[in-house]
Design a protein. Structure first.
Length: 402
């Protein structure tokens, strides 16, 4: 399952993924927490949009900074500041204060997004390229090992106290897990070792423009970024629907937490299943059929009123992420060069943010007028764009190989 070189290189990343996600006790209760303190769906969605606007502004500059001055430093600083911001959230119930805290949290997270995977991928490409696919699948596996326990812990906390304490647990977990990353090895180019004082700040924006131009001129990268935009646009809709819908049809808060643990348990096995299928089929082939699977499950959710069947559909729908997301990450990295990897991955994060900026308020607004079943139908039709995108990527990739 693991070879000696893999453990030596990737142990800090795997351990961080495990502990970080072990502390994600708020995740099953995120929407419910804000509903319980008096926010409406539109306000919850607006917080997501505000975060995404901040991400859109700072994602590429922070990615360029990470490329030039060290991905490891950027990731560690970003996580530590994120821990502080999350610990502040439960102190206030006022919408505007919470929104401001989340805006700063989004800024801190741009120091991590793109830089974390760029750090690991460059390390593997300079030592053992065969580990790249395994890295994305196994970090997902360790994520889910942690998240088996996280909802159980979260369910216990909400049963004996209140949901505010979930934020403090999450913040503490981020801080502890980040300490492990100090042991991670980093491959740094000569250009990356230059002092910030030696580099004019305006050059960062010039390099940002270069990264944007590189991404826009690469037809496959643009298609993949369009695909991730569709995915996260739909995710804004479904993330607002699922847990309130489950609570409405009769599931208690602790039971919702336990359900997330079951999903995480499946997520431990699914990356290994994906690794097996990768020996027989390409990433594009698997992603194409997983995207179709998302649509089928959403259409089925729109048609059922049975609690057990809805729970099964939610479990399957959430479990597909454990294969889809790591394979999508690995596929995207195939087309990115090392020297601007963090910056281009930051552009990808911008597409994710743009999806949230547009999708979150749209979803929040629509859910004030449409039913959950209508929301599932809408999401199902939108996600059908993904198989078309992956088919186009396959066609353009073949043309490049000719």
């Amino acid at each position: 399952m693991f070879n000696k070189n893999e453990i030596k290189l990737l142990f800090p990343f795997y351990a961080h993924s495990l502990l970080f996600n072990l502390s994600k006790v708020i995740m099953p209760f995120y929407v419910l927490y804000f509903l319980h303190i008096g926010f409406n769906f539109f306000q919850i969605a607006l917080i997501s949009s505000i975060r995404s606007v901040v991400t859109l502004i700072f994602e590429i500059p922070t990615g360029v900074i990470a490329d030039k001055y060290g991905r490891k430093n950027s990731v560690i600083l970003g996580y530590l500041l994120t821990a502080i911001s999350l610990a502040l959230i439960p102190i206030w119930n006022q919408f505007y204060i919470v929104a401001i805290i989340f805006a700063f949290d989004a800024l801190f997270e741009t120091l991590v997004s793109g830089a974390d995977h760029a750090w690991a991928v460059d390390l593997m490409e300079n030592t053992d390229k065969s580990l790249v696919d395994k890295y994305f699948l196994k970090t997902r596996m360790f994520r889910n090992i942690g998240m088996v326990a996280a909802p159980l812990i979260g369910g216990y906390i909400v049963a004996v106290s209140n949901m505010k304490n979930l934020w403090f647990v999450f913040a503490a977990g981020i801080f502890i897990s980040t300490l492990i990353l100090f042991w991670g090895k980093e491959i740094r180019k000569n250009e990356q070792n230059r002092s910030v004082v030696q580099k004019k700040f305006c050059d960062i924006f010039q390099d940002s423009k270069t990264a944007i131009k590189t991404a826009l001129n690469h037809k496959i990268i643009i298609l993949l970024f369009l695909g991730i935009f569709v995915f996260f646009f739909v995710d804004e809709i479904t993330s607002l629907i699922w847990t309130p819908h489950l609570e409405k049809i009769g599931l208690s808060l602790p039971m919702i937490g336990y359900l997330f643990s079951i999903i995480a348990g499946l997520g431990i096995i699914l990356p290994l299943v994906a690794e097996f299928f990768l020996k027989k089929k390409s990433k594009l082939f698997i992603l194409f059929f997983l995207a179709l699977g998302y649509a089928i499950l959403l259409f089925a959710a729109a048609k059922t009123s049975l609690i057990l069947f809805t729970v099964i559909l939610f479990t399957l729908f959430s479990s597909i992420d454990e294969i889809f997301l790591p394979l999508e990450e690995a596929l995207t990295n195939e087309f990115i060069k090392s020297e601007n990897r963090a910056a281009i991955l930051s552009i990808k994060s911008m597409f994710e943010s743009l999806a949230s900026i547009i999708g979150a308020p749209v979803a929040g607004f629509l859910l004030g007028f449409i039913t959950a079943r209508q929301g599932f139908l809408l999401a199902g039709f939108l996600i059908l764009a993904l198989p078309l995108i992956y088919f186009s990527v396959r066609y353009k990739r073949k043309k490049l190989e000719i």
